[in-house]
Every structure is written in C-alpha cells, then in structure tokens.
Design a protein around this ligand. Sequence first.
Ligand code: PLP
Length: 399
Amino acid sequence: MGDPTLDPHGKYNGREAEYVMQMLNRENDGDPRSWPQRFEEAFAKKLGVKYAVACNSGTSGLHMALFAAGVGPGDEVIGPALTVVMDAYAAIHLGATPVFADVDPDTFLIDPADVEKKITPKTKAIMVVSLEGLSVDMDPIMALAEKHNLIVIEDSAQTILGTYHGKQAGTMGHLGMYSFENKKHLTCGSEGGMVVSNDPELATRARKFGGIGYKHMTASAGRTHLALSTVQDPAYERFDTIGLNYRMNEISAAVGLAQLERIDEMVQRRRTVAGFFSDATSNCDWFQAQTTPDGYVNSYYTFAIKYQGAEKHGISWKDFYNQYVNAGGDGFYGACLIPYLEPALIGQTFGSVTCAKGLCPIAEDLQSRIMQFKTNYRNLQIAQGKAQILSDLIDNIGR
Ligand SMILES: Cc1ncc(COP(=O)(O)O)c(C=O)c1O
C-alpha cells in the first residue's frame, strides 16, 4: 500500500502529499467540491451516517455538538469522571454545568447506573466518552435519553471503527465527535475533528455554530449558489446564528481524506500491536487489561491496563514505569487527571457541582492506576520487541 518512494513505516505514506499538492493546484483538478466537503462525504459514507461536519479540532467539535443539542446556561450535561478535561470545558463555555458520573472499573467507561442517579430536571444532555478504542455501553444510555428526553453526544475522539453489537462507536447517539489530533488513529497532520449526526437539524446547528453562523449553511456541506449580486448587496443578511470559526482548513482535509483511505489498515495495525501487549500481560492478576465485553470490537487507541503492582509487589506506578523504560520499553502515559481535579476546575462551583476530590471514587482510584501502552507503532517488529520487554519485566517480578 502507499507510495513506494515513501518510508514504508511512515505515517503519511498514502496519498497525503499527492492530495495536498492537488489541493494547492486546485484550479486543475476539475472537482468543484472543497477538500473539507470531499473529506466529510467520504467520512459519512465510511461510518454509515447521514451527515458529517468537519472542524478544526475535537474540542471544537464538542462545543459544536453541545450547542447543536441546545445546551445553554443552567443546563446540566452528564459525562464521565474519567476522561479529558475538554468534555467539561465544552459545557462550561456554554454556561452549563458539567455533572460527573462514575465509571465501570473494568471497562473504564461511564456507568449508565450512575448516569441515571445524576439525572435531574435540569439535565439536557449526556456526553459519553469511548476511551482507548472501546465503545460505551450505548443501549442503556439511549434508553435513559429516551425516557428523560435527553440528547446523547458520543465523544469518540479515541474510537474510530470500534463497534458495539455491530454498530460504529460515535454513530449511535444523536451526535458524535471524532478527533484527528496528531496521535489519533486518523490524523489531519496535527489538528482536526468531525461531528456526525443522522439528524439534519442537529447537523445544521452544529455546522452553523462552527461556521460563524452563516444562515444558508445546511446539514450537508457544499456551496450555496446565490447570485453574486445578492451577496454583494450591502443589505444582504448573512448570519442568523452566533457562532465561531471552527472550520477545517483545506490542507488538513486533504491529509485527512488520504488517511481515511487507509483507516482499516491503520486500525488493524493497532489491534495487532494491542494483541502483542495483551499476550505479554496475560496471566498476570496485577496487570488487568481494560475489559472488552462480548459483542464489542475495540479499535485500541492504546492498550490500557489497571495496575495493581503496588499492592501486590510494592512497586509503585512510577517505579514500574522507570523499570520498563530502563529495560528499553517506551514511556507510556497514565490517564489524564480527573477533570474536576485539574487546576482549571478544582475548587470552582458550576450550578450544583463543586469540583472537589471524592465526587466519583471509582474513577479517582482508576485514574491513579491506568497505564496506556501505545499501539501506534508502524513497525510491528519494534512493537513486538517492546511487548517482549514488558513480558520479561513482569516475569522477573512474578506474574
Ligand atoms: C476523549 C477525548 N475527547 C476530546 C479530545 C479533544 O480532541 P482534540 O485534541 O482534537 O481537541 C480528546 C483528544 O485528546 C480526547 O482524547
């Protein structure tokens, strides 16, 4: 696959450079569509959704999705306590309250039973997050949404082509968001995102909010063909929504489209690498991998485990990290701090929520234990070597 003159293990060895050059010489390519439109159309087709709206980051996409859901001042948005801080930011920027639900200790994902407990008359939306390539348990979430008339947004930043009983993560809620930031399965070069929906009204609102509020924007991309004399008229009214400029640029879209053409292969490579790490850590009860329940397919953004070596062998998280790196392993990330414990939020009160330790004890405990082994090795031999180093280290300590 890819251009034989490019590094076979390179990140951009498909048609990325070709498409970027085509974009720069666009006068000659005969396609009237913008590159973001081409990317959106291909993405919607691949994921099996009606509408896809390209944007400049996943964070922007969360903001667009919550705006589209009608979230505003005083509303509550329930999301997991174990995630990145941007989910809460999106709610806060709209004047809403981020309400934190606890997570399942085995899948690391939002616990529908705790979501139910946190629903109040102010709840407007549930923002679930599919961490590490694993879909959220969506059936109970959608049932709760239907019962309480709530909008569900799937933050699928880390999960493309992860499935839940045959359905694509990110496409089961009313709105979904994918991130194309540099480390994600698919990247636009550095930053990018996509909001998806099957609902034309929600998709239109998302597109308008991220597109400065042009009144002629619709759920689908594409130019509005108005007579020049109409838009050149000083009396022409352009905007009907107070929005922001979150649009994806043409170069990013050209790179993203080329990456999308290879997404199956790229996800499969991550699954293969996760398999190496899964073998390396099997039969070790203090190294408990994120559970992928029956009926789910994990796309392994990382291979994540819950570490219990401190209790079992007196080796702290940090000591284990150092031992692995000193043995030749690659540094791995812990989980991001619980959002409400980050300096940006701790101590602050939003509506009924005061950000402080103790709100979600399972997530807080898990957060301190998680190890996320990278799966985006492009050279499988190197990945195998790293997994072997991990296996040897675990053997030396004792499984
Ligand atoms: C779960 C999750 N949500 C949201 C985001 C934000 O995406 P972006 O970095 O593209 O703004 C990320 C990215 O790191 C993420 O992992």
